[in-house]
Design a protein around this ligand. Structure first.
Ligand SMILES: Cc1cc2nc3c(=O)[nH]c(=O)nc-3n(C[C@H](O)[C@H](O)[C@H](O)COP(=O)(O)OP(=O)(O)OC[C@H]3O[C@@H](n4cnc5c(N)ncnc54)[C@H](O)[C@@H]3O)c2cc1C
Length: 318
């Protein structure tokens, strides 16, 4: 009975205008990292607010792989289940919204949402993820997440032993092609108009990887299945999947705004996900680590553990 009324009070504050004073932890980002943190904090009976703008990094993916007990699950279904399970914890409130600004002040943090709402919390977790910038190749966007991928750990198994293209330039492209040998021996590196140095060519030759250096005009294939790559010159290349290395950036400017150093979208954290700013934690893809869902979930849990401990210590000093 008492728990129900606590949630009701929180909800009234959330839907109303002005500031919610009753929150111990604000989590910005309700992806895997944020939801995982909220689950642990909810179980610790910490009044937690999760704010999410609903744009997870893997929105284009059909199936999430490599997550023990959830291998192959639809990523949206996983989020739905996560949210549903959180509903059992009365101290956790989830809202839709985009945090556009955040301030660190004595004893906590304030956040401003795009729709004008403003919330305060004693501790804050940024689990805002990153964004991938896709190469500007006609058709690539259409096949992305279906037969064009960036991560062999996520989708390499499903394309094993198939004819694969690797899209990349310079030594990075060569290294990525060599890495993909673990999944298929039938590989062609496409440099999209950039000439590869002699050393790079010799490395590819030694490992039986073919090279196409012509400019890529477009990707073609029925439905969502890549079938061929069309070049500015020469014959089209028949391939059933393509892997590329994306450029990456921050999904949100909040970490930088709060004083964290951000490089290629990610910030350094300590062993318990703490940032350089006291009371501010980072988890998931936005923190420098392996960018896999199960790691994001683990980091969320780790941050929640650290936040709960810090709140407990601070309360017992008061
Ligand atoms: C195509 C693709 C396929 C993938 N496949 C796999 C796979 O098979 N296996 C695997 O382990 N990993 C996979 N990944 C990686 C996996 O998606 C990420 O590691 C995981 O999503 C990271 O979780 P996260 O919670 O850190 O970030 P996200 O899942 O990106 O969640 C971040 C959330 O924060 C929200 N947000 C951002 N800024 C704000 C803001 N200012 N205010 C409010 N909310 C905000 C976003 O809307 C989003 O919902 C894949 C990635 C891609 C791109």
């Amino acid at each position: 009975m008492e728990e129900v009324s606590r949630r009701d009070i929180l909800s009234q504050n959330l839907s109303g205008e002005g500031r919610m004073h009753d929150c111990e932890v604000i989590i910005v980002g309700g992806g895997i990292a944020g939801l995982s943190a909220a689950l642990v904090l909810g179980r610790c009976r910490r009044r937690t607010l999760v704010i999410d703008s609903g744009e997870p990094r893997n929105a284009r993916s059909r199936a999430l792989h490599g997550f023990l007990s959830r291998d192959g699950v639809d990523p949206w279904e996983m989020r739905r289940i996560g949210g549903e399970q959180l509903d059992a914890y009365p101290d956790v409130t989830r809202i839709d919204g985009t945090v556009i600004d955040a301030q660190c002040r004595q004893g906590g943090f304030d956040v401003d949402l795009a729709d004008g709402r403003r919330f305060s919390g004693r501790m804050m977790l940024l689990a805002t993820g990153i964004v991938d910038h896709l190469p500007q190749v006609e058709g690539l966007d259409r096949y992305y997440g279906r037969s064009v991928f960036h991560c062999p750990y996520c989708d390499g198994w499903e394309t094993r032993d198939q004819p694969l293209a690797v899209y990349g330039r310079g030594e990075d492209g060569v290294d990525f092609a060599l890495e993909l040998l673990g999944w298929s021996r039938d590989l062609v590196l496409c440099t999209d108009g950039e000439a590869l140095c002699e050393k790079g060519r010799r490395r590819l030759e030694r490992h039986g990887i073919a090279l196409r250096q012509e400019r890529v005009l477009r990707l073609e294939g029925e439905g969502e299945a890549l079938e061929r790559i069309v070049f500015a010159e020469g014959e089209p290349l028949s391939r059933s999947a393509l892997f590329f290395l994306p450029a990456q950036g921050a999904h949100s400017p909040l970490a930088q705004r709060l004083g964290c150093e951000v490089r290629e979208g990610v910030s350094e954290t300590g062993p318990l996900q703490q940032s350089a700013v006291p009371g501010l934690y980072m988890a998931g893809d936005a923190a420098r680590s392996v960018k896999l869902a199960i790691v994001a979930a683990a980091e969320g849990a780790q941050a929640a553990f650290a936040i709960n401990t810090a709140l407990h210590k601070s309360n017992s000093r008061e």
